[in-house]
Design a protein around this ligand. Structure first.
Ligand code: C5P
Length: 242
């Protein structure tokens, strides 16, 4: 079986993105302190946004020299999405997510500055039945591929993809596509019993072609989050050492 190990020039320790899904700014700040230099890249999503302290955290992470992924899945008329992305330009953000059709992706890409835009292809929580309910009569895997190709053609930079779909994206889309894979469960991690169904290990995610992995609960729910993050860093280093 082909090995799709990423050849992009990404520092190995930046390939781990921690999903900071926490209920308050105080909890997030405590986690940042606990994780120290075991995590260099943070994903801030809707839960953090609703705490009201989102940009306070963005600034704190920036001062600490961390990289930031704004996962707010912008979805609105193209002009509004363009204006929202433009607002990020002064924030020094590495990645932001958008959802939507060609015009929305084009508008986001036009305003991105140095931020890279990741497109939602098909939410992994939707299956064929859900897609049919929404009026899409097509193969979900084909739709993911076609949307990833369009995202690149329209000026976006990458997609979020389950570790199982990553391989198909690598086989079917230009290699410059950035692929970010959530749903990671380290083989040794027993702290988490949860809702993620399509899980892969750290090794499998990268062998299937992920450029980055997003990990939340296996770090957050561990008795020692820093040790859990360092163990994942060790596994990533091991995969990339050849
Ligand atoms: O806790 P866990 O490791 O499952 O965290 C996964 C993170 O990735 C969460 O922030 C979740 O919102 C995000 N995510 C996901 N599946 C997707 C897209 C994003 O789990 N398809």
């Amino acid at each position: 079986m082909n090995n799709f190990l990423s050849t992009k020039n990404i520092p190995v320790r930046e390939r781990l993105i921690f999903a900071m899904d926490l209920p308050s700014v105080a909890a997030a700040e405590e986690m940042i302190d606990r994780l120290g230099d075991s995590v260099l890249f943070y994903k801030l999503g809707l839960q953090m946004f609703m705490t009201g302290g989102y940009f306070q955290l963005v600034e704190k992470l920036q001062k600490l020299g961390k990289k930031i992924f704004v996962d707010l899945k912008f979805f609105d008329v193209p002009e509004t999405v363009k204006n929202a992305v433009e607002q990020l330009q002064s924030r020094g953000v590495t990645f932001a997510t958008v959802h939507g059709n060609d015009d929305i992706m084009r508008a986001a890409a036009a305003a991105k500055g140095s931020t890279k835009i990741l497109a939602v292809t098909v939410l992994t929580s939707l299956d064929k039945g859900d897609m049919e309910d929404l009026g899409f009569k097509c193969d979900v895997a084909e739709l993911v591929l076609s949307r990833a190709r369009r995202a690149l053609a329209l000026g976006c930079d990458g997609v979020i993809s389950s570790g199982l779909e990553a391989r198909k994206l690598r086989e079917g889309v230009d290699d410059k596509l950035i692929v970010i894979t959530p749903g990671i469960r380290p083989a040794s991690n027993t702290a988490v019993k949860d809702d993620q169904k399509r899980v892969v290990t750290v090794q499998d995610a990268f062998i299937n072609g992920a450029d980055y992995i997003v990990v939340g609960r296996p770090i957050r729910a561990a008795a020692d989050p820093k040790a859990a993050a360092e163990e994942i860093q060790r596994q990533i280093a091991e995969v990339f050492k050849q």
